[in-house]
Design a protein around this ligand. Sequence first.
Ligand code: ASP
Ligand code: MG
Length: 240
Amino acid sequence: MLIVQKYGGTSLVDAPRLQAAARRAVGLAKQGDRVVMVVSAQGDTTDEMIEKAACINKRRAAREMDAYLAAGEQMSAGLMAMAIGALGHSAVSLTGWQAGIHTDGAHGNARITGINCERICRELDAGKIVVVAGFQGVDAQGDITTLGRGGSDTTAVALAAFLKADRCQIYTDVDGIYDRDPRQFADAVRFDRISYDQMMALVENGAQVLHDRSVEFAREYGIAVEVLSAFTGAPGTVVG
Ligand code: ASP
Ligand code: MG
């Protein structure tokens, strides 16, 4: 099976969590699955980077902001590949552009226009776990772009679509999709399954568990997206 699994910032916040994600991927690879991991920047890294940039220049160029912010995910990818290596499995980290993720030129909110999967497929064929930095791509000028806040979800769903993956898993800090914010409403109900349209309606109402474009992508390509807890790994909600 080819599995794409994405880990958000809270699921990678420190070494133990990063290592737990690495162990999960290695476990699958040892069973014979081909694994592509998509990683976000660790913890609040992106927020902290944005604050730092605001101190330097309040009217900074969007192109430079993308060059800078993409580094958060790049760090996670390198660390994850090292964590997998420490478990005795081979892995390779790839930035968005190394992974062949092409976007339009809308810095800060770019759209994925296509993915050239050659490099990823070559690395998978060589038996490696491929770790892709989320949230980023390259535009037609060769410049680094980012996909908008929360955009690593879209990286994962787009990769699942272009790689024709068997499964697309979004590991996060909640155990699925609820009808209301479970942190605010004790009686919120978790869905086992939810349609793309229902999910889109939740996102439009402010639910942040999935990036809006990831849901659009999933609907367009018919990808079933599993949203589940990185801490327990228990079945969560299937979108689509
Ligand atoms: N690190 C980026 C953000 O905080 C992208 C992501 O996590 O999906 O928005
Ligand atoms: Mg998110």
